[in-house]
Design a protein around this ligand. Sequence first.
Ligand code: COA
Length: 248
Amino acid sequence: MRKPVVDEAVRYLAWDSQFFDKRVGVFDMRANKSLELALGLAVQKRYELIYIYSPFAIKETLISQYSLLDVGGHITFTKDISHHEVRKVKLASEISEYQRDDPTPELLRIALLSGHLSRFKIDFLLPIGSFERLYETWLAKTLGNRPNAAIYTYQADGRIAGFITAEWNNSKCTIGLLAVLESYQGQGIGARLIKHVEDACMANKVISIEVKTQLSNASARALYLKNFFAEQDRSFLYHAHIVEQSEQ
Ligand SMILES: CC(C)(COP(=O)(O)OP(=O)(O)OC[C@H]1O[C@@H](n2cnc3c(N)ncnc32)[C@H](O)[C@@H]1OP(=O)(O)O)[C@@H](O)C(=O)NCCC(=O)NCCS
């Protein structure tokens, strides 16, 4: 098989480039070793932002003409549900599928909470408001992708106390966003929302569920492990921003 040439090592990301209105790419150090060489070539290709996945921590904060920000790492969990049996238990009556076509301010607020450790919130070099715009876009995308996607909310005291988003693609389900309001945390709501998605998966003949979170998100990691998800992959994650050249 042909080896990737170095200048192909940074892969162009069309959606992200359009969203941020800058040339965005991704570089995976697990498949390519020479970061310095790749970033040197990325300058010539006018990349302005590069997501770098790495199996080890990178100490340098300036490489080639890029400034590197540590944005908290990345961890993927999966759960095999191919042997699960359809539960006969009654579904939690507090949980229901969100029916509207647009996200309400209440839903948007809790969606932003789900991203409190998001790399797009941590990265202060992104344009102001990027994080909020991104989460709003993801909610809208999920709502527009029904019936292959769903948002489930947990109602308590007349408001949304928790929510989860899920997307089905053939036999795989991906959990996108999950959050429980601070004052309702630690009461088993997160676990019940996950179980609700698992039950919906059984109806959709799904055999595995995947969810990604930040390495730094101790409560989410503990929640997934407690609910029998297994760690699949982890990496350090950096955002490399091109350093503006001052006019000579
Ligand atoms: C992660 C989150 C959804 C958990 O929801 P929750 O309703 O509090 O979770 P549960 O009460 O169902 O907890 C189930 C298990 O998760 C783990 N857990 C939950 N919160 C935890 C915390 N703060 N610290 C350590 N473990 C935690 C525990 O193992 C817990 O079981 P236990 O209570 O028997 O010890 C919630 O903390 C949250 O919304 N955080 C902010 C948003 C976020 O980080 N979302 C995840 C994005 S991927």
